[in-house]
Design a binder for this molecule. Structure first.
Ligand code: ADP
Ligand code: MG
Length: 432
């Protein structure tokens, strides 16, 4: 059964998605801000540090592309929320700017629940919102490919995947959409494959060609978000090659950094979001979705009474907070006793963590089906709204809300990943 959600709040979350897309674009463009904000975290988090180094090492090549009018930016984002029962609001868990997955399988869930609604009199199809991921995600990738020059010069999309990729059946729908809707071919490659076979023409405008001689129009990442995706220097060399190329990258290193938890926390500080979103009403609307977020940089804890109070409160009531490192992919957060012990131990290394208000979603009773087995349990759900964004230089080509995802997990589990093994795919059911 789909999960009941209040229609007004759901539609508001759809409505703000283009603002979140624009926010990512604005934050990513301010590299001094990214470096300044992520610098202390990077001292204790070598992965973030390495991304920052790649940003610096590719600055000249990227500036040259921009000046030549060849900068093409592609965003496929997913903003994740939980309905917070005490406030009645959807509060943002995180904003994903890299490898935002499950869009396609989620559209299949919508079909499944629509089918169920056709059979079961107590489910109304009109309460299941449209979920256009299968069209929007390939269309955004194709728009970026065309801006790079696919129509004139041909080329392929490279989907950057993990070795032994397990999420291939979500990804395959994007490949199918690219072919059926745009006659665009996809080549699946790991960062290691790219390092071994792709060539960057540095003198000739940054075109990357594959062994077949085909130019790459778009690098679409479904890997590269976690340190284990870079087992050797070769993978970092591939990342740098991609970053210097004239292909559209989803994401650029700057977009990836703009999606870190540290940036999410910093944007929530008074006045920071407002530097990037100039319209007061838009900024206020985005802030409706912000949970309490605090820096754990010892400097901030020492100088900001609000931060010190939150840390003290988290030590006495750890169940009201989540402690997050700069990681993606699920299973990395600290809760309860572990959270308390880490905060109590203190120290500079906490600069690489953020403290977050624990969102308290309403519990539902659900039937979950996994591996062909059903079980009934008390569950919590998390909503994701997809956004697509394409910009060619100063020309905004596309900025849209592009569908949704609901993941449901048993209420005893802290984490929410489907691929990580904690949750199942679900659908929203809108109540007025
Ligand atoms: P990741 O990048 O690993 O996906 P998330 O920030 O999405 O990191 O956290 C993973 C999971 O932890 C979420 O899907 C959610 O189930 C839970 N979680 C994260 N933050 C909160 C929060 N503030 N309140 C309640 N649960 C949270
Ligand atoms: Mg997440």
């Amino acid at each position: 059964m789909p999960v009941p959600y209040p229609r007004g709040r759901f539609e508001l979350a759809q409505q703000v998605m283009p603002l979140f897309n624009g926010l990512v674009d604005a934050v990513a463009a301010d590299e001094a801000y990214l470096e300044g904000t992520l610098g202390p975290a990077a001292l204790y988090d070598t992965f973030t540090g390495r991304l920052l180094k790649t940003l610096q090492a590719t600055r000249a090549a990227r500036a040259a592309l921009r000046e030549a009018g060849r900068e093409v930016v592609l965003g496929v984002h997913r903003s994740d929320y939980m309905l917070d029962e005490p406030s009645g609001k959807f509060l943002q868990v995180e904003l994903n700017t890299i490898a935002s997955s499950f869009g396609c399988l989620s559209a299949l869930m919508t079909r499944l629940h629509l089918y169920m609604a056709s059979r079961l009199p107590f489910l109304e199809p009109s309460r299941l919102p449209a979920n256009p991921t299968l069209e929007h995600i390939p269309d955004a990738i194709a728009a970026a490919a065309n801006a790079v020059g696919f129509r004139e010069e041909g080329g392929v999309v490279v989907m950057v995947v993990q070795p032994g990729e397990r999420n291939a059946y979500d990804q395959q729908w994007i490949q199918l959409g690219l072919w059926e809707r745009h006659r665009l071919r996809t080549v699946r490659m790991t960062l290691g494959d790219i390092a071994a076979t792709a060539k960057l023409d540095e003198a000739g405008g940054g075109t990357v060609t594959l062994q077949t001689g085909e130019p790459v129009c778009v690098f679409y990442f479904r890997a590269g978000y976690t340190p284990t995706d870079y087992p050797s220097e070769a993978e970092w060399a591939a990342r740098k090659l991609i970053e210097q190329s004239n292909a559209a990258k989803c994401p650029t290193v700057a977009y990836q950094l703009a999606g870190t938890k540290k940036i999410q926390q910093d944007l929530a500080r008074p006045g920071v979001l407002e530097k990037f979103i100039r319209d007061d009403r838009d900024a206020a609307l985005l802030r409706e979705f912000f949970a309490g977020l605090w820096s754990l940089d010892p400097k901030d804890v020492a100088t900001d009474p609000g931060v010190a109070a939150a840390v003290a409160d988290a030590i006495s009531r750890p169940e009201a907070y989540v402690l997050k490192p700069q990681r993606e992919g699920g299973g990395n957060n600290l809760y309860g006793e572990e959270l308390r012990d880490t905060l109590k131990a203190g120290g500079e290394r906490l600069s690489a963590y953020i403290l977050m208000q624990r969102i308290l979603p309403p519990a539902n009773r659900s039937v979950l089906v996994r591996n062909g087995q059903w079980s009934e349990s008390e569950t919590l759900s998390e909503l994701g709204i997809y956004g697509t964004f394409v910009r060619h230089g100063n020309n905004l080509l596309l900025n849209e809300q592009s569908g949704h995802l609901v993941r449901t997990k048993t209420s005893t589990s802290n984490e929410g990943g489907v691929a990580a093994g904690f949750a199942v795919l679900d659908s929203p059911y809108l109540l007025d």
